[in-house]
Design a protein. Sequence first.
Length: 269
Amino acid sequence: MRRLWLMTGLPVLTLTLVLTGCGMSGIPEVTGVTDGRQGSETVDVDRADAGEIEPGVLKGRVVDEKGAPLAGVEVVADNQLLYNSNLITVTDADGFYRVETDHAATFHATATVTRSYNGQRFSLALAPDDDSPFAGPTGAVRNFTWKLTGERPDGLGVYGNSVIIYLDTADPQDPQAYLQDENVELTLTPEGPLADGSQGSVITRASSRTGDGSGVHDVPLGRYRITATYDGRPLRVRQRNVGEYAPEYVGDFQTVMTGVYRIDLDLAL
């Protein structure tokens, strides 16, 4: 039986993770959970009925794609009727969580994992097994998985990230030619483990256009060695507006805004 610290009797629950040390790939180990305040109570997270709906309770488990539990993940029960009155908790060492939702309201559950990776902090939305709202007094079970790629059920795009290209359209061999983004092919080779500690695979993909721009999209969060070609001809690469062009670029995703990460590249023949 594990214990999870919650605050009760407040519209918003604020919790602080106590992090010590780092595991593989700079991913921090979560060694404790506290709320930083007096008068909190402990709530037992019962493993035996973790899959059974319990009236007035939101509960579940959070794991990675291999099924390993994730500790310290923030789970939010968003009150759909009253603004800024969410219930917030975090998962315990075995990935379980539990929060009371016995209010006369409808809730929608989300989960976010925050990890350090190669010197940066990333906050990533997790994939729910059921994304539907639920009545607080009825309760619900919502399990989450850390997916690095794939479509999101909330219609907000994908779990992966974008490598955006800015192509110099001049062709030194043909001054009349105008280079097209869709003829660019990128090869992304992982440099070390991905953000979740897993081993990535080489990605070779033609550029495509989305609302974010031209490039390769839905890429797992990681560090990559990137090369590019145009109709089979090698392109020179650099970070957007930084440094000199080179045959390849090694870099990390950068924060555009919370939860949105991107690599921006200049390309030229």
